[in-house]
Design a protein around this ligand. Structure first.
Ligand code: FAD
Length: 439
């Protein structure tokens, strides 16, 4: 390992701009061997280590004052196994590169989140998810993982090989080692028909269970200060593909979701009293639309308006009660909320620290335009969500500590035991991990 990989330290900043860090060193290893050497050197120098993705987490999960490892040179597809229907990808690969490469091969992941800017390792490490009745988070689609642990060992895990590590490391919070490759289950590329339809809050909440069970992927957005929602149902389709027209797609995705929304958010931040009127006008401007396309084009869209976010995972049956409480709280408070509240679901999964671990889940996410004070709103929301046994998204703002999280996750101790074994000296520690994992 030569110093050509070490960069002069400077300030690292996340996407939302609410977390900054000044790492002692920045390294971009180009191979597993170089990475192992970076870990050995850091350890010898008494420094901690943090691999980062694209900084799309709102928490300080990726922040470090030790050695920051950039993923730039650990990218690309390693292998496609058509018999096993798996793809093995270097951990620093951006999801968008994975999605487009898979589409070219006639393949796709089954489910994904709202955007595809994140790296593969970054996305899985905090439990990034979309919405699904039968299909769960990005990490739940993993079949095998390769990670380099604190002592430089390259460890491969799967359901058959080191199954205890596999259960923990798929959502590992960057605490167990540096993930270097991920093997995903894939399937032949398919078409999804998206149906977007405005609906009232009362109707969506009354029909929530039916809408979730009748659709493969159901989600909705509620516009605070109004009784209006926009719903989205994605279901597999025999085709033909019918993408949104270029003009109408641009109007919906760029102008309304980004351009005009940006102006509305800036106006709302400058004149908070105008927010309820803006919310009423913009939620009424929505219209129904239907289109059919390949999965990543239906699931993901550009998000250019910067915001901060908190998201809680609740037992699914608690979602409607929590939402009604959230709506009542906003109505009786002086808060002015310019961003819609997003509601999604996931089936139970078998990953120790997955927000959907062992239980059918509904996600409730609240957002605020970057630069807007968020503490009062997020504190009030968090109070409601924790009253329903909520689990915070690991990559989104929350104030929970290890005492709360150990109660929220029945398999917390199992994760801690794997961590004690793989990283007894806490090479991968940072302040965030000390708070959420306890030491
Ligand atoms: C606009 C926007 C939209 C979003 N949409 C969604 C969504 O739809 N659903 C959802 O669930 N979340 C969503 N998120 C959250 C986001 O997906 C997660 O925070 C994700 O972890 C970010 O990935 P990243 O590549 O930026 O990783 P970072 O934020 O840079 O890092 C996240 C964690 O991964 C660890 N890590 C990174 N690389 C490695 C590695 N090689 N080995 C081990 N650990 C590693 C880091 O140490 C850190 O702990 C969104 C965020 C934004 C800003």
């Amino acid at each position: 390992m030569t110093d050509t990989y070490a960069r002069t330290a400077s300030t690292w900043r996340n996407w939302a701009g609410n977390v900054t860090a000044r790492p002692a060193r920045v390294e971009s290893p180009a191979s597993v061997d170089e990475l192992a050497e970076v870990l050995r050197r850091a350890s010898g120098d008494g420094l901690t280590v943090k691999p980062v993705g694209t900084g799309h987490s709102f928490t300080a999960t990726a922040a470090t004052d030790g050695v920051l490892i950039r993923p730039d040179l650990l990218t690309g597809i390693r292998d496609i196994d058509r018999a096993a229907m798996t793809v093995t990808v270097e951990a620093g690969t951006p999801l968008k590169r994975l999605n487009t490469a898979l589409a070219r091969e006639g393949l796709s992941l089954t489910n994904m989140g709202d955007i595809m800017e994140q790296t593969v390792a970054g996305a899985i490490s905090t439990g990034t998810h979309g919405t699904g009745r039968d299909s769960a988070s990005v990490a739940a689609q993993i079949r095998a993982l390769e990670l380099v642990t604190a002592d430089g060992t390259v460890l491969r895990c799967s359901a058959d090989e080191h199954p205890d590590v596999f259960a923990a490391a798929r959502i590992g919070l960057g605490a167990l080692g540096v993930v270097t490759a991920v093997t995903f289950a894939v399937e032949p590329v398919f078409l999804l028909t998206a149906r977007e339809e405005p609906m009232t809050f009362d109707r969506v909440t009354a029909d929530f269970d039916r809408l979730v069970t009748e659709n493969e992927h159901f989600e909705f957005y509620w516009f605070p200060h109004t009784g209006n929602c926009n719903t989205k149902r994605n279901n597999r389709s025999a085709g033909p593909a019918a993408p949104p027209g270029r003009v109408s797609g641009w109007i919906e995705d760029e102008l309304l979701s980004n351009g005009i929304f940006q102006v509305a958010c800036s106006l709302g931040r400058a004149v908070p009293g105008a927010i309820p009127s803006i919310a009423r006008i913009s939620s009424r401007a929505l219209s129904a639309r239907t289109y059919t396309d390949i999965p990543y084009k239906v699931f993901t869209s550009p998000r250019r308006v910067r915001f901060v976010e908190m998201e809680y995972a609740l037992p699914r049956e608690a979602a409607v009660g929590a939402l009604r409480e959230l709506k009542a709280m906003v109505e009786r408070s002086p808060l002015r909320i310019s961003f819609p509240v997003e509601v999604r679901t996931a089936p139970a999964d078998d990953i120790a620290l997955s927000t959907a671990s062992g239980r059918e889940t509904a996600y409730i996410a609240v957002h605020l335009y970057r630069g807007t004070p968020y503490h009062s709103y997020f504190t009030a929301v968090e109070r409601i969500m924790t009253g329903y046994d909520g689990r915070p998204h690991w990559g989104k703002i929350h104030t929970r500590d290890s005492g709360y999280l150990a109660r929220a996750y029945p398999r917390f101790g199992e994760f801690a035991a794997v961590r004690d074994r793989l990283d007894p000296g806490r090479l991968f520690a940072n302040d965030y991990l000390r708070r959420v994992l306890g030491d």
